[in-house]
Design a protein around this ligand. Sequence first.
Ligand code: THU
Length: 131
Amino acid sequence: MIEVKELIKRALEIKVRAYAPYSNFHVACVVMTRSGKVFEGVNVENASYSPTLCAERNALSTAITDGEREFLYIVISGDSDYTYPCGVCRQFIREFADDYTRIIVAKDCDNYKTYTIDELLPNSFSKKDLK
Ligand code: THU
């Protein structure tokens, strides 16, 4: 099983692939599924600004497209020391995060913080409400 540090290393490596000509702020997200598969995403900006896609939603959507639904790790690394997921991404992550899902906000391979979605988005609205 790939270790957290390897996932962070991968996020740091792919961050340069962000398409961020407007903000010049690069973000990468690497997710690992319960089955051990790894998917990557970077932020993709747009001249019309609002269509901008965050790295987290990009990575998760790629994994979902591949048929994955269960995530062990969601690793985020951006141009600030600790780049936290935006509000929209927290809600997006909420959809696919379970009690075992760990969201890791990484400065580098030795400096990272680990959260559950309940810590990042307390009292959230989720699919449980719709049951
Ligand atoms: N960004 C992400 O990719 N993820 C986040 O959770 C925070 C913000 C991107 C969006 C935009 O391209 C740039 O960072 C500056 O906001």
